[in-house]
Design a binder for this molecule. Structure first.
Ligand code: G3P
Length: 219
C-alpha cells in the first residue's frame, strides 16, 4: 500500500459487521476515491468476502492462523483469506495476541499466501523484536489508550519516537485513541507512516466526515 496510510479496524463492533460492514467500507472507498488517500479496512472474517466484493480498497482480515488446507477445524486459513481477494491481514492485535512462535509462523504463512502483513505490538521494544520476523508494517498501540479519548499522538509521543528509532522509517503505524487530523499530523511528524484506528471512525455519527478530517492530516 502507498504510504502514508490509514487503516480502520472494524473489530467486532455492531456498526461494522454484517450489512453495516459493507456500507461502512463503501464510505471508506468513497473517501479514498475523492481524496486519493491510501485507506484500508480490517474486517471480521465472516464479512471478508462481502466487503472485498463491494469495494475497491485494500481489505484486511483481522487475523490468520499459521495452517494450510487440512484438518484444522475453526482455523482461519491464509490461502482461503487470499482467495477471497483480501489484500492482507492484521496479526497480533492487542485483542488477539499470539505467542512468539505462533506469531512468527503466522507472518511466514501470510507471506507464503501473498498476504500483506500489519503486525501489532504493544510497545516499541516488542515492535523491535517483531520487525526481525519480516512483517510488511508494524503497528504500535499502547493497550491502555485503545478505545479511549486520548490519542497515542498526544499521550505518548515518546512511544512513537522510540518506535521509529527501533523499527525505522516507512514501516511503522501507530494507533490507540486516534480521532482527528491533529492526531494523524502529530504521528506523521514524529516519523510514523500512518495510523491504525477503530472507535474514532466506527462510533462516529458521521464516519465520512471523520475520515475526511483524518485524511487531511496525511498532508
Ligand atoms: O486496531 C485499532 C485499535 O486497537 C485502536 O482502537 O478505538 O483506540 O482507535 P481505537
Amino acid at each position: 500500500m502507498k504510504l502514508p496510510l490509514i487503516i480502520v479496524n472494524f473489530k467486532a463492533y455492531e456498526q461494522a459487521t454484517g450489512a453495516s460492514a459493507v456500507e461502512l467500507a463503501k464510505i471508506h472507498e468513497r473517501v479514498a476515491q475523492e481524496t486519493g488517500a491510501s485507506i484500508g479496512v480490517a474486517v471480521n472474517h465472516i464479512d471478508l468476502l462481502d466487503v472485498v466484493r463491494a469495494v475497491n480498497i485494500p481489505v484486511f482480515a483481522q487475523h490468520i492462523d499459521p495452517v494450510g488446507y487440512g484438518s484444522f477445524t475453526g482455523h482461519v486459513l491464509p490461502d482461503v483469506v487470499k482467495a477471497t481477494g483480501a489484500y492482507g491481514t492484521l496479526l497480533n492485535h492487542a485483542e488477539y495476541q499470539l505467542e512468539n512462535q505462533k506469531l512468527m509462523k503466522a507472518i511466514e504463512s501470510a507471506r507464503d499466501a501473498e498476504l500483506f502483513t500489519i503486525v501489532c505490538a504493544d510497545t516499541p521494544a516488542a515492535a523491535e523484536k517483531i520487525v526481525e520476523w519480516g512483517p510488511d508494517l508494524i503497528a504500535v498501540e499502547p493497550p491502555e489508550l485503545i478505545g479511549g479519548d486520548v490519542s497515542v499522538s498526544k499521550a505518548g509521543p515518546e512511544v512513537i519516537e522510540d518506535a521509529v528509532g527501533l523499527v525505522g522509517e516507512n514501516r511503522l503505524l501507530v494507533g490507540a485513541g486516534v480521532k482527528d487530523r491533529e492526531d494523524v499530523c502529530i504521528a506523521l511528524s514524529l516519523g510514523a507512516s500512518g495510523v491504525l484506528l477503530a472507535s474514532g471512525v466506527i462510533k462516529a455519527d458521521d464516519p465520512y466526515s471523520v475520515l475526511m478530517d483524518l485524511v487531511a492530516g496525511l498532508g
